[in-house]
Design a protein around this ligand. Structure first.
Ligand SMILES: Nc1ncnc2c1ncn2[C@@H]1O[C@H](COP(=O)(O)OP(=O)(O)OP(=O)(O)O)[C@@H](O)[C@H]1O
Length: 586
């Protein structure tokens, strides 16, 4: 859902709902912020009274009973009080902030997890990173550093106006109130639309920059290899420029607001001087100035609040949009268990991405122990069939495992029974053991070592001083493409699924390693594991009971390899000839 369409009310409601239990400490932080500002005001007022004493201005009713000793004691007391309440305000404010940060991060990670892998595939990872980091930071700043000072400013201005009215009459009270309204309401309202737009643009630009950075870092070897550093840097500079211009509008407006606030402050002082500037009321003027300066200063927090609010709301809207986004594939309300073995039957399978139909009318049966191959040109829809079977992408038609429709099955069990080893053999940061387990339990070290041996990685493992504890991704344990593919395959084999889908999972292997992989797969098939193999290699296809040849999303030919090859005009024969020419040109 585009963030512009999300209402502020819903966003705030979600934000409060997400951090509900933090509201009492946030309220306490607001109360403490009020106490800090009141103590500050008190210090100014006592200093003002001291000044009156020094200047020997006759303000009998104000000065009665306030000896130097009392004034010094009051200053010390107020100073200590301010120190203590400020400490508590900061402590509680930051506690609320960090808890809200943790809470929001968790909610975001849950949302990403719920939407994965579809979200990770279809959205930019940089945008997701920006949401998980800077957007949440912006919301946290709002909670910790903007709301309590803004609340305190409003309370303080109310108190100061009331006090002025009570002691000095209505006219100076009206001057002060006018100043508060100008600083707290009118000036912050200037250019709110521009602020909202630039906050939204800035939040989006942060996502784009993160995305660019992630892409550049991921593809640094390619960029170097193609000498593409200069255009890439220019692109990044362009993007930074865009972010800078989004931030510039906010900067200009805050400068104008700050200047206007100073004008109002000095205007109010002049107005008070005109009203009370006679010799008799000079004392009152000094006292009012002492009240006005800290309370106007505090009122500026409202401006910061409005600025922060636009930023926070822009970020909160992006977070809310992600939090409410549903994965197009959902689990049924009462998920059915899946047996450990059975036949996978697929009929009339269709896969759509948006309104692009990429797979249609695909039907096949995969019995325990059998091998089915899916071949076809690049983009013909093979990987989409595989993704549909593990329900990573939405699909229609019927797919059942041991007569249980996959749409009714528990997603966790489905992905335990059907394992997909996809084209990219992704390893996460961590040890070899952690990568092989990847959340699975009850797999022994011996079983891991055995599978690695079976896949031809035994010698490599023995060379690693820390064995299964070797950290992957470290400088000296960079994996080759073929090692990576075999580790991904080992991960799947260790889970012993009923159906193993291999999507071009041997593309980076040399003939000997591929042979070892095929032997391992054949051994599992003898134990009943069914295999759906997506591959172009004839050596693999010969072992398949049935080959499905896909073209533009449809199965156009099917049968055993030899039968398909007998028809020289078949798409499969032509593909086989091209594949043979590729290996042995001429
Ligand atoms: N997540 C996605 N969003 C939108 N379109 C997609 C997505 N994944 C794949 N496609 C499109 O669906 C079509 C089929 O892609 P798919 O990856 O299934 O083909 P394939 O036969 O596996 O190709 P290859 O052999 O190159 O891996 C392609 O046109 C591709 O652009």
């Amino acid at each position: 859902m585009p963030t512009q369409k999300i209402s502020t009310l819903k966003t705030v409601n979600w934000l409060i709902g997400s951090t509900k239990d933090l509201l009492p400490p946030l309220l306490l932080a607001c109360i403490l912020a009020c106490a800090t500002r009141i103590a500050s005001l008190g210090i100014y007022l006592v200093a003002g009274i001291g000044l009156l004493k020094v200047l020997q201005v006759d303000q009998a009713e104000l000065l009665a009973g306030l000896s130097w000793g009392v004034l010094v004691a009051l200053i010390i007391f107020l100073g200590l009080l301010k120190g203590v309440v400020r400490y508590l305000e900061q402590y509680i404010g930051h506690r609320v902030a960090f808890l809200s940060l943790a809470r929001l991060r968790n909610r975001m990670y849950e949302a990403f997890e719920r939407q994965a892998p579809f979200a990770a595939d279809s959205k930019n990872s940089g945008g997701m990173l920006a949401k998980a980091t800077s957007d949440i930071d912006k919301v946290e700043v709002f909670f910790a550093h903007t709301l309590p000072p803004a609340v305190a400013a409003v309370v303080l201005s109310g108190l100061a106006t009331w006090g002025t009215w009570a002691v000095f009459g209505i006219q100076p009270a009206v001057v002060m109130l006018a100043g508060y309204v100008l600083i707290g309401l009118v000036i912050p309202a200037l250019g709110v639309g521009t602020l909202r737009r630039s906050a939204r643009d800035a939040a989006k630009a942060r996502g784009t920059q993160n995305q660019m950075l992630a892409d550049v870092l991921g593809g640094i070897d390619v960029i170097h290899g193609f000498n593409a550093g200069k255009p890439v840097i220019e692109d990044m500079q362009h993007s930074l420029q865009h972010a800078r211009s989004a931030g510039l509008a906010t900067g200009k407006l805050s400068a104008i607001r700050a200047a206007l606030t100073q004008l109002v402050l000095w205007g109010s002082l002049i107005a008070l001087f005109v009203l009370l500037g006679t010799a008799q009321q000079f004392g009152a003027l000094i006292i009012l100035c002492c009240a006005l300066i800290p309370s106007y200063e505090a009122m500026r927090a409202v401006d910061g609040f409005i600025l922060g609010l636009q930023d926070s709301l822009a970020s909160a809207r992006r977070l809310y949009a992600t939090a409410i986004q549903k994965h197009p594939v959902s689990e049924s309300a009462n998920p059915l268990p899946l047996p450990t073995s059975g036949t996978l039957r697929v009929a009339d399978l269709e896969v759509n991405y948006g309104n692009q139909l990429v797979v249609q009318d695909v039907c096949f049966e995969l019995e325990p122990g059998s091998l089915l191959a899916l071949v076809g040109e690049s983009g013909s829809g093979k990987s989409s069939v595989a993704a549909a079977l593990v329900r990573s992408v939405p699909a229609s038609g019927t797919a059942t495992f041991w007569q249980v429709p996959l749409v009714d099955a528990s997603l966790e069990e489905l992905r335990r029974r059907i394992s997909l080893v996809s084209q990219e053999a992704v390893m996460v940061r961590g040890t070899l053991r952690e990568n092989l387990l990847l959340g699975a339990e009850g797999i022994s070290d011996e079983a891991m070592e055995e599978v690695l041996e079976e896949l031809g990685l035994g010698a490599w493992l023995r060379k690693q001083k820390q064995g299964l504890q070797t950290r992957l991704g470290d400088r000296f344990t960079r994996l080759s493409g073929g090692q990576r593919q075999r580790l991904a395959l080992a991960r799947a084999l260790l889970r012993n699924p009923a159906v193993l889908i291999l999507d071009e999972s041997t593309s980076a292997l040399d003939a000997r390693s591929e042979q070892l992989v095929l032997q391992a797969v054949a051994a599992r098939r003898r134990e009943g594991m069914a295999v759906l193999m997506i591959s172009h290699r004839l050596s693999i296809l010969e072992q398949a009971q049935e080959i499905l040849v896909m073209h533009e999303g449809k199965v156009v030919e099917r049968g055993a390899a030899q039968a398909l090859l007998r028809d020289e005009d078949s798409l499969f024969s032509r593909m086989a000839v091209r594949e043979a020419d590729r290996i042995l040109p001429g």
